[in-house]
Design a protein around this ligand. Structure first.
Ligand SMILES: *Cc1c(COP(=O)(O)O)cnc(C)c1O
Length: 414
């Protein structure tokens, strides 16, 4: 089914990678085509895609509205630099401000790391006259792979071998306000958090903690930033996860789902901070170009027209309930958690073998860390497709348990 046989088209692609692509990833499959929530590999096998390009393809694959927006814009104007006004950016800024509800201004870039980098630069520039520069983040967080954002990230594994790291970051346990208060010093400028930690294992932060954090930041005059790179664009059941917490950040970052697969990121900043990053302080050649912003506009229109945030909320709740029942039947599943269509299953074992079984059964899913099975499907996933995926998961868990029991018996005999 996969690249195991050296005869397959997928294997031929994998062989090219062995020489011409740096081995920073370990792909298992060559995907060549997609439609809705399905993708096809180079050998014609079809898969139900619960990965959505890592929470990117919010409209699924080849959504006609996105295809049409990109095609039309490509034929008109793909790129101009930010030394010129561009009409699509002038549409997208107000659209994002409207769905975020209020006075916001945007800086457009190309990725989540860049969006967070912009927030970090905003904090430093804002803190300059106040003698402050430090950014406090949470353990288990993920903010990107550039030097500043991997330093901000609260996971040692992304930093290994890249020292010396930039100065100006501190990390505290998620959910522990007292620890955060202790970590804030006179040189702290900002706090950066995810409302639901994605890479860290689908950890939903307590809204009460976030509200107290907001109050603390107000008291100490700190900026509060929310990293919405994975949670944003309807995934958790609202445009942005912070909207369900009662906490309004001073700025938040977007990327992943924003362009539905076309690279675009954004730092969305409270308008009262608009002047902090003045002319010449920050830039991106591609950031917010007409093609990328046209894609983001189509994504926002479609999420709104098809009610995808509400759908994510309802279907996510249904899946959480179904998966909770499944966990009751399979003791290897220790916890089921998430918000909307951002769901994690904590296993009592490494998740890799389960992902392999699922793939062989025609379902693509992700890991978050070693032990969490992560589901971040397209927001257009139907309940029937979700039910199919859960049934496949149930079968795979059963087969896995049976295989493990068989291995134990064999080991006992030996
Ligand atoms: C994926 C992710 C990033 C990094 O985004 P890139 O586009 O890969 O740079 C940052 N923050 C969060 C929460 C993410 O999930």
């Amino acid at each position: 089914m996969e690249t195991a046989s050296s005869q397959t088209a997928g294997a031929a692609i994998a062989r090219v990678y062995e020489q011409f692509i740096l081995p920073t990833y370990s792909p298992a499959l060559a995907l060549v085509r997609g439609a809705g929530c399905h993708v096809w590999d180079a050998d014609g096998n079809r898969y139900l895609d619960l990965t959505a390009g890592i929470a990117v393809n919010v409209l699924g694959h080849a959504h006609p509205a996105l295809v049409q927006a990109i095609s039309q814009q490509a034929a008109r104007l793909i790129h101009v630099s930010n030394n010129f006004y561009n009409e699509r950016q002038a549409e997208l800024g107000p659209r994002l401000a409207a769905v975020a509800g209020g006075d916001w201004s945007c800086f457009f870039c190309n990725s989540g790391a860049e969006a967070n980098e912009a927030l970090i630069k905003l904090a430093r520039r804002w803190g300059r006259d106040r003698g402050r520069y430090r950014v406090v983040t949470l353990l288990g967080s993920f903010h990107g792979r550039t030097l500043a954002t991997l330093t901000a990230t609260g996971q040692e594994k992304v930093k290994e071998g890249f020292q010396p790291l930039p100065d100006g970051f501190a990390h505290v346990p998620a959910g522990d306000l007292a620890a955060l208060e202790r970590a804030v010093t006179s040189d702290t400028a900002a706090v950066l958090v995810e409302a639901v930690q994605g890479e860290g294992g689908i950890i939903v932060l307590d809204p009460e903690y976030l509200r107290q954090l907001r109050q603390f930041c107000d008291r100490r005059e700190l900026l509060l930033f929310v990293d919405e790179v994975q949670t944003g664009m309807g995934r958790t059941g609202s445009w942005f996860a912070w909207q369900q917490t009662g906490v309004r950040p001073d700025a938040f970052s977007l990327a992943k789902g924003l362009g539905g697969g076309v690279p675009i990121g954004a730092a969305v900043v409270d308008r009262r901070l608009r002047a902090v990053l003045g002319p010449g302080t920050h830039a991106s050649t591609f950031g917010g170009n007409p093609l990328a912003t046209a894609a983001a506009l189509a994504v926002i229109d479609t999420i709104e027209r098809e009610g995808l945030a509400e759908h994510a909320r309802a279907l996510g709740a249904w899946m959480l309930a179904e998966l909770g029942r499944l966990a009751g039947r399979h003791p290897i599943v220790k916890d089921v958690r998430g918000k909307g269509l951002m769901i994690g299953l904590l296993l009592d074992a490494p998740v890799r073998p389960l992902l392999d079984r699922l793939r062989a059964a025609g379902v693509l899913a992700l890991a978050a860390g070693e032990r969490v099975l992560r589901l971040v499907p397209p927001l257009v996933l139907t309940q029937a497709e979700a039910a199919q995926a859960i049934a496949a998961l149930e079968r795979c868990l059963g087969e896995w348990a049976a295989a493990a029991a068989g291995a134990d018996t064999a080991a006992a005999r030996a």
